[in-house]
Design a protein around this ligand. Sequence first.
Ligand SMILES: [Zn+2]
Length: 75
Amino acid sequence: MIEFLALYLDGELPPESRRAFDEHLAECAACVRYLNSYKATIAMGRVALQSDDTPAPSSVPQGLIAAIRAARARA
Ligand SMILES: [Zn+2]
């Protein structure tokens, strides 16, 4: 899921997945907030990237996880 967000922010998602995810973000403030805090975390943590399989933080909105699953299913 972190990888999905990284691909999204880098603009490397398949177009169908990106569109599905954008549609969700357009109507879900919780996910937009999470994404913004995630971006801030990346900016601070670039130097300290350690692991690819860090579990998703517990503060991830359930809707975001669902949106990622849905977007992946469209790819
Ligand atoms: Zn959401």
